[in-house]
Write a protein that binds this ligand. Sequence first.
Ligand code: FAD
Ligand code: PHB
Length: 396
Amino acid sequence: MNVQRTQVGIIGAGPAGLVLSHLLHLHGIESVVFENRSRQHVEERVRAGVLEQGTVDLLTQMGVGERMQREGLVHYGIELRFNGEGHRIDFKDLTGGKGITIYAQAEVLKDLNNARIAAGGQVLFEVEDVAVCDLESSHPKIRYRKDATDYELHCDFIAGCDGYHGICRPSIPSHALTEYDRIYPFGWLGILAEAPPSSHELIYAYHDRGFALLSMRTPHISRLYLQCQPDEDIETWSDDRIWHELHTRLVSSNWKLTEGPVLQKGVTGMRSFVVEPMQYHRLFLAGDSAHIVPPTGAKGLNLAVSDVQILARGLDEYYSKCSLRLLDRYSEICLRRVWKVQRFSWWMTSMLHRFTDDNPFDQRRQLAELDYVTSSRAASKSLAENYVGLPLDPLE
Ligand code: FAD
Ligand code: PHB
């Protein structure tokens, strides 16, 4: 067994793990990142696409925002479409000038990987049998296998950034954690299409046949979603059937959906999940390993980034002032924000989707809610300030 040492061991090279590793580097703190998939796989996975203003500002401050500033699409509003009519929520006006940026998660990860490598950072891909141990001690360890050799890394702290299916959360004794979750009776069928987006801004559509979303990745690539069964068989959805359903659900007068070759398609289930606390001794959970939100609020990636921003500040305080004060409050500080984002994602999801057990009363109530949100300035403002991203709570 080869024994090594670092300050912070990070499991998972998704947005949480890579942002944390680079932030720590900027504070002069050493880390090693372990990822069980290949770099190519991580950089090609089609996932989130909406960055909050705070995420954009952080990536820019970290020196990894150059390509995002050049290629990202800045939006100052979204459209809510119901009864065949569109209603714009004007973020700029309602939030004092804030917006969102469309820039794919995969591109964010490419930029972060390049920055870590340029700075001489250690990001190990295709690592096998990653395990954490001695969690109750002051030097927790990460065991792993790479190129048929076993290693043990002694750390001051471990960050569990390994997503919902990772090994960190299940390594914590179950009596130390409480889990809260809700599984929705639907999923999203998503496609990436080689077609110029039919709208400058995102369209969230409520329709009798279910929710639909028009989003995009670039001026030439559209990203579109349809509410479907959680276990929908993608094989039963030909490209023609997908386009037909999108036309139906996104219908509006004087507007046309542009079609194009489908480059990728898949079905994602939807759940809300939170684990409390997000810390066990010197193991900190961040991002999807600690919480999942349904994608309707476009929050998953952004929440992962705000967790590690708080964690990096706590680790910086530990190494610069020998103080555990902020680290001890990590979970409490994160969870306040996590639950607000859970509330917003749940609210957007329940307003826009058809539920299996809904009845005409529920439909009328949803339409009244959409009417209220789009006609009351107070309600529009609440949606807008949540969508562009709530501020990080002051840490003092
Ligand atoms: P992840 O990005 O999941 O990163 C965790 C990393 O840990 C992964 O690279 C994984 O390979 C690695 N890992 C796991 N187990 C191990 C192990 N044992 N050892 C080493 N490494 C390990 N959000 C949106 O806002 N919009 C979307 O359209 C959207 N689509 C999504 C589609 C899918 C299929 C999924 C799963 C998520 C989607 N999300 C979406 C959510 C968003 O992408 C996540 O919230 C975000 O990726 C969270 O970042 P993270 O770093 O916490 O976790
Ligand atoms: C996306 O572009 O993938 C996207 C946009 C908005 C959402 C979810 C996903 O709410």
